[in-house]
Design a protein around this ligand. Sequence first.
Ligand code: NAP
Ligand code: F7E
Length: 322
Amino acid sequence: MKKVLITGITGQDGSYLADFMLEKGYEVHGMVRRASTENDERIEHLKGKIHIHQGDLLDFMSLVELVDTVRPVEIYNLAAQSFVPTSWNQPVLTGEFTALGVTRILEAIKLIDKKIKFYQASSSEMFGKVQEIPQKETTIFYPRSPYGVAKVYGHWITINYRESYDIFACSGILFNHESPRRGREFVTRKITDTVSRIKLGLDDKLYLGNMDAKRDWGFAGDYVRAMWAMLQQDEPDDFVIATGETHSVKEFVELSFDRVDLDWKKYVEVDKSLFRPAEVHQLIGDASKAKRILKWEPTISFKELINMMIDSDMEYYKKKIG
Ligand code: NAP
Ligand code: F7E
């Protein structure tokens, strides 16, 4: 049985990728960092089906030992400090996790077995102040946050190890992707969570920052298929994964309130403290290379994504209040 190692398995993408790799018949191993309370909500349904190991992107020897113990055929590096606002409060730690952490894993691969295939979770945040519309693999990067800067480092170190050591290393430049498993601090889940609470009388206001920001939002379940497809090609390469549509935060809000038959204008307030020191105003990706080579296409529309997230949050809170 082929073994896969996933870092960040407790995160949104890690949990969807674990589901997908089990379907594909892999033996799934996940790395989790030590915490005083277990954070396994997203992988609870996989208990007994996957193997969990302790390790941390900050600790090189923990990575070496883990790769040596598991001996996977593929490693997906999904672990990172992934919340953009936190990257201004903790820029050094963000660099340690999100940038240098990538080098530590690549070094472990180089040391143990250069035949292990590697996937790096690159991000559309690298395009930041966009230099071209839509953004594709060749678009010049202009990151606008310590997170975006760290991801540019991770992206280029992946390419560098591919070219220097002949490691099968790919970067997926993924645009925003969401789901009912999205962290509640990200804007989409913050909206669907709060709208559901408002509908059920558990909250009365939704405070947001810049509602004019635009993103290319897809469904996480679709995007993990593309990660796997990249590592099944004959040659390693980098791919943009996106829907090719852009929508504002305001549009997301309107459709979310529509789903529960409420008028958004009565509940939403702008909180200036949620604006960022430097904003990424608009992202829209061109995934034509992925369509052509990986035969990848998104299956869930913007509206379907919002409905899925609202319905899931409504169900959660309805159960909670009994
Ligand atoms: P997420 O939900 O925030 O998950 C991040 C994961 O990283 C969690 O499992 C977290 O573990 C783990 N982690 C953080 N620091 C670590 C450390 N020092 N050592 C080991 N594990 C650590 O993120 P996501 O949305 O699934 O995204 C997955 C990856 O794709 C990230 O690298 C993100 O930056 C990137 N990305 C995401 C998007 C998107 O729209 N979702 C788009 C482009 C790229 P804990 O559970 O212990 O916190
Ligand atoms: O913000 C605006 C905010 O935090 C989206 C990560 O997965 O995708 C994600 O990064 C937009 C921004 O995601 C609020 O200013 C308004 O313009 O959901 P977000 P992000 O920063 O785009 C990329 C691709 C990644 O790689 C990252 O890991 O929404 N916004 N009001 C708000 N954002 C938040 N979080 N909260 C608000 O109240």
